[in-house]
Design a protein around this ligand. Structure first.
Ligand SMILES: *Cc1c(COP(=O)(O)O)cnc(C)c1O
Length: 430
């Protein structure tokens, strides 16, 4: 698609980044299942390695199928560029990598995907990085956690597991004032429901494994860069603002401007960390994205119906869905995610841990899996699975208490979903 008029979301989700294949005219994006690309001559090769010409060298760095997905995600999020990664967790490390050094920290919301809590509270210590977990509803606590070594604020737009809506504008304002980027995991919302860059985010990370692909087939991730952060405004981000020793002294920000983070992510991040998305995976995700808006509308419609039904049921203690008028996050929908509050939420069962286990085991349409954002409805009891490795305090802070079950509402017939929940609740509370 040419740079012409600004197209609407439904047009971009099908066309952005793709064009008929120049060699064959193939209309659908081919899967370029190749490791390497033949150089025209030695001068061409030298220019590619010097980043003086953009092209393809080796598929750990760039691949034409993955490049279409990168361009499409950048368009949908309103960013300058994107880097595809092997998984959502890979994208998180890749997003932090250019910003961090041993001794540096990030300030992060304590309401996160369970695996991210573990990655940030344990694994990144091996790199000499650390994370400070705060309740992002308490803006004074966010501010207080930031010090001279903080290099980013991290949160989820629609946060796990309860589907809480984060006040992105407020966090972006704090990040701005402290000269650091706001990184937003937009997996549960997708750019159809929420566009974090419009709320001041510098980087958006995704697990494309979820709604973007939409059918539970592949793992993948991506980082979208807004292109708006001034990496040279302070001495905090030398890897982007100073000569980068890992790329023969290239100054990424000076050389690539708004695309500095994207080029760094490919030329150094993918080159040296190797968390690369594969072309087959990118193909499945591209197919999924073509129907993103249609699916998300149905996900939201179903979630609203199911949550409202659960809230009225006497066997249920509470429902966290932000799309319910009773939710404290309901007033934020209009500002942060005007197309709906997503389809991920939790509810608490009267009867506690044992009733939850019985409930999960009694469901027939809902699949008991450690996943979310599938066309299929999914369920998980976080306290006995994804959040099992957390302390009781961390479980509570994350909204994953022992009597809480997380639902990811699919796009099936909502009456069938409600009937399934009804019969499983009856068995769990018998
Ligand atoms: C799944 C998920 C991740 C991790 O993504 P993977 O593709 O499984 O590595 C990160 N954040 C959120 C919100 C997720 O749902």
């Amino acid at each position: 698609m040419s740079d012409g008029p600004t197209y609407g979301f439904d047009t971009l989700q099908i066309h952005a980044g793709s064009r008929p294949d120049p060699a064959t005219g193939a209309r659908q994006t081919p899967i370029y299942q190749t490791t390497a690309y033949v150089f025209r001559d030695s001068e061409h090769a030298a220019k590619l390695f010097n980043l003086q010409e953009v092209g393809y060298i080796y598929s750990r760095l760039t691949n034409p199928t993955v490049a279409v997905l990168q361009e499409r995600l950048a368009a949908l999020e309103g960013g300058a560029g994107a880097v595809g990664c092997a998984s959502g967790h890979g994208a998180q490390i890749m997003a932090l990598f250019p910003l961090m050094q041993p001794g540096r920290n990030l300030v992060t919301s304590n309401r996160l995907y369970g695996g991210t809590v573990t990655q940030f509270s344990r694994t990144i210590h091996r790199f000499g990085w650390s994370a400070r977990f705060v309740d992002t509803e308490d803006l004074a606590a966010v501010e207080a956690a930031i010090d001279g070594d903080t290099r980013a604020i991290f949160c989820e737009s629609i946060a796990n597991p309860g589907g809480y809506i984060t006040d992105l504008d407020a966090l972006a304002e704090i990040a701005d004032r402290n000269g650091i980027p706001l990184i937003v995991d937009n997996t549960s919302a997708t750019p159809y429901l929420c566009r974090p860059i419009e709320h001041g985010a510098t980087l958006v990370v995704h697990s494309t494994t979820k709604y973007l692909t939409g059918n539970g087939t592949v793992t993948g991730g991506a980082i979208v860069d807004s292109g708006k952060f001034d990496w040279s405004a302070s001495d905090k981000f030398p890897s982007l603002s100073e000569p980068e020793p890992a790329y023969h002294g290239l100054k990424f920000h000076e050389t690539f401007g708004a695309l500095a983070f994207t080029f760094h992510g490919i030329a150094i991040g993918l080159r040296d960390l190797g968390m690369t998305m594969n072309p087959q995976g990118a193909h499945y995700t591209l197919l999924g994205i073509e129907t993103l808006s249609l699916r998300m509308e149905k996900h939201v419609e179903n979630a609203e119906r199911v949550a409202a039904w659960l809230e009225k049921d006497p066997r249920v203690e509470y429902v966290t869905y932000a799309g319910l008028p009773s939710s404290p996050y309901y007033p934020r929908i209009e500002k942060i995610c005007p197309n709906g509050a997503g389809a991920l939420f939790t509810f608490a069962l009267k009867g506690g841990f044992d009733a939850c286990v019985k409930f999960v085991d009694s469901l027939e349409i809902f699949s008991h899996v450690a996943n979310l954002g599938d066309a299929r409805s999914l369920v998980i009891h976080s306290a006995s699975t994804t959040h099992r490795q957390l302390t009781p305090e961390q479980q509570k802070a994350a909204g994953a208490d022992p009597n809480v079950v997380r639902l990811s509402i699919g796009i099936e017939d909502p009456d069938d979903l409600i009937a399934d929940l009804d019969q499983a609740l009856a068995k769990a509370t018998a």
